[in-house]
Design a protein around this ligand. Structure first.
Ligand code: KG4
Ligand code: ZN
Length: 332
């Protein structure tokens, strides 16, 4: 079946057409209009500007996704849309557009959770992947482990008690002079830095399965400020490498604990921060060591995109999930 999917939860407007059936999962189109340039001068996403930019982009992006897929609305079997979590004004744009399409053309409407959609990106490139598995979703807004029992049956296991890992990369990167969002540049800087330059606290809590990134972020910022107070500039590559080492170790340790707890034989790593080359390597090594199958989407499917919404939307549709024009959006 063909699914038209829409995503507008943060600063990317995206529309995709995916073809899904029992044993085949194909992306026919996946158009992403990023607002990064618009928000960059403010150092982060401005929710009102994001909502307005989604309104301007969504219609054109949807037509482009259909044209690229060689499909018309009459070929579409379901419209899947992210309706939570995210910025409320941003979510409302995609959701209301999806509702209109569904109502006007008589196509079933399927609401999709953004965090579940990130993990579903892995289905699109790993044809044999199926639940149960453990999922680690690590992005600008989330850092959580889930026990995925079935395609639509998930249990929250543990996660951050404060900031997300992506936020730590973005905030430290910003102070080091990297434009928003800093994650990709921090990844590059870390590749040529000394990971032992700064001794940093682990984000992995000792007495729980949870993580905490706020102390790590503050320790990094204190180090940078301390160097600057002495009229020097910190070694950006070394700071990035030290932060990356702490984040990768913390996430890998907790992933190991989580796999032991759930007994899962596969780990899915997904979300914007899953694009991090160091994190991908550390997780892969841990999975080889523990005999766990490791699935991570390619970098282009780690960030926000609608194809992942279509993939999860298919499984929601198959389990009977439908929404009407009274569907609402939720920030969390
Ligand atoms: O999933 P996503 O596109 O949006 C949210 O749902 O939050 O994730 C965006 C986050 C940002 O914090 C960005 O800096 C981070 O993903 N990111 C990275 C990398 N690429 C993007 N973080 C570390 N290394 C990267 N290569
Ligand atoms: Zn996301």
């Amino acid at each position: 079946m063909l699914i038209l999917a829409l995503e507008s939860s943060c600063d990317e407007t995206s529309a995709a057409v995916v073809s899904m059936s029992g044993d085949s999962r194909k992306i026919l189109s996946n158009i992403v209009a990023s607002q990064i340039e618009v928000h960059r001068k403010y150092g982060g996403v401005v929710p009102e500007i994001a909502g307005r930019a989604h309104i301007e982009a969504i219609s054109g992006i949807t037509h482009e996704a259909l044209d690229t897929a060689g499909a018309g609305l009459r070929d579409i079997d379901a419209v899947a849309v992210t309706n939570s979590p995210g910025l409320i004004g941003a979510l409302l744009v995609g959701m209301n557009f999806a509702k209109s399409l569904s109502f006007a053309h008589g196509i079933p409407l399927v609401p999709v959770d953004h965090v579940r959609a990130h993990a579903a990106a892995a289905y699109l490139e790993h044809p044999d992947l199926k639940p149960p598995f453990t999922a680690l979703i690590v992005s600008g807004g989330h850092t959580c482990f889930y026990n995925v029992r079935d395609y639509t049956d998930w249990d929250y296991v543990s996660g951050t008690r404060d900031d997300a890992a992506g936020e730590a990369f973005d905030k430290v990167g910003r102070v080091l002079g990297c434009p928003y969002p800093a994650g990709a540049e921090m990844d590059e800087l870390a590749s040529s830095g000394d990971p032992d330059l700064v001794q940093l606290p682990s984000p992995a809590l000792r007495d729980s399965m949870d993580l905490s990134f706020s102390g790590l972020k503050t320790a990094c910022l204190n180090y940078i400020n301390g160097v600057r107070q002495k009229d020097a500039e910190p070694d950006r590559c070394g700071v990035a490498a030290s932060l990356t080492k702490a984040i990768c170790r913390g996430l890998t340790d907790k992933a190991r604990e989580c796999l032991a707890l759930t007994g899962a034989r596969s780990l899915v790593l997904a979300g914007g921060v899953a694009a991090n080359s160091h994190l991908r390597r550390c997780m892969r090594e841990m999975c080889v060591e523990t005999g766990t199958e490791f699935c991570v989407p390619s970098v282009s499917l780690c960030g926000d995109n609608a194809a992942m919404v279509g993939a999860q939307g298919y499984y929601e549709f198959m389990s009977g999930v439908r929404a009407g024009t009274d569907l609402n959006a939720h920030a969390d």
